[in-house]
Design a protein around this ligand. Structure first.
Ligand code: AVI
Length: 330
């Protein structure tokens, strides 16, 4: 679907929103289809209701979850070079914008005039866009509430001088796709942004199992609450009757596959009803809720090339925990 062309973005300080949520989000269909599979699974995009967004923000502050603070430090420490790589007068498009904390670093350095955040979680999108509008009075913001895992045509804007589009996809959210889905997503992003546009993307690096296991199963149980909140959400929104305390959070790094897997494990033999359908669970049976793929720098550059990008820059931290890639759409 293509939104109505917008001849003028809103005046700076005013946030305009488009919402594609009704078409984009299909919780009921996806949950029923996922639970009917021989290996039950639910897409991770459904973690992010209001409570899920709050829990994810809490995860980002955890000592074990090194991803957020490391990526933020990489962006801060290299911001001048990153701004040079992106160039002046870029339209900044952000996929999965969330709380937009890292974006502030870029907007400040680039003096961005047009920012287009895209996120499925409309409440977070609204709150953080309004906050950003107050912070950067010169900034035009057009928020788009949409499922960006599906093809999306962005509105074209006139009235703000734009030399190129810059797609920002931080947080290693790309890791929540399988490599095949990631390739598809990158091809889409390349098409959306067009030839000559740039991609700035945060990618978590492969590392030892102990660090990754701890990052996804923290000592205080915040990640467990984040995972289990999915069942609460399904109970609330689909009138389901999951007994949430009869499931447990399970997360582990598989070094062969190069990915973390997150599951909800049934502790007993039990039954749950969702939207009038009945689902049986054996003890130890799991609902697979997320993958978080980890890449070496070379592996991710290869993926970028296959999607039509030329890898130009990579910024990392001294411990080589995380990478930020700068690529140009060929
Ligand atoms: C959003 N995404 C990149 C997070 C990750 O690390 O895969 C989601 C997450 N799941 C558990 N902890 C964090």
């Amino acid at each position: 679907m293509k939104p109505e062309p917008t001849p003028q973005p809103p005046a700076p300080g005013v946030v305009r929103f488009y919402s594609f949520r009704p078409e984009g989000e299909r919780l009921r269909d996806d949950v029923l289809a996922g639970l009917a599979l021989p290996k039950k699974s639910i897409p991770p995009k459904y973690f992010y209701d209001e409570q899920g967004c709050r829990l994810f923000e809490a995860i980002c502050e955890l000592p074990e979850y090194y991803l957020t603070r490391t990526e933020t430090a990489i962006l801060r420490g290299n911001v001048a070079e990153i701004a040079q790589f992106i160039g002046p007068d870029a339209e900044l498009i952000e996929f999965g914008s969330g709380v937009q904390a890292k974006t502030r670093i870029l907007i400040q350095a680039l003096q961005t005039r047009l920012y287009v955040p895209i996120d499925i979680a409309i409440d977070t999108l609204r709150a953080s866009s309004n906050e950003l509008a107050g912070r950067f009075p010169w900034l035009n913001i057009v928020g788009i509430s949409a499922d960006y895992t599906r093809p999306l045509a962005l509105p074209e804007f006139v009235g703000v001088p734009i030399r190129r589009k810059a797609v920002f996809f931080p947080g290693s959210t790309i890791g929540n796709f399988t490599p095949a889905e990631a390739l598809f997503f990158l091809k889409q992003a390349r098409k959306t942004a067009g030839t000559g546009s740039v991609l700035l993307i945060g990618v978590d690096l492969k590392k030892d199992k102990a660090t990754l296991d701890a990052a996804y199963a923290d000592a205080t149980g915040v990640t467990a609450r984040f995972n289990l909140n999915l069942l609460h959400r399904i109970n609330r929104e689909l009138g389901a009757d999951f007994q949430v305390n009869r499931f447990r959070h399970k997360a582990f790094y598989d070094p062969v596959a190069g990915r973390v897997e997150m599951h909800l494990e049934s502790l007993y033999s039990q039954i749950a009803h969702v939207a009038g359908q009945r689902f049986n669970f054996a003890p130890g049976e799991t609902i697979h809720t997320e993958i978080s793929c980890k890449y070496s720098i070379a592996e991710f550059q290869e993926l970028g090339k296959r999607a039509g990008f030329t890898p130009e820059k990579v910024w990392t931290d001294p411990e080589q925990l995380f990478s930020v890639h700068g690529m140009v759409a060929a």
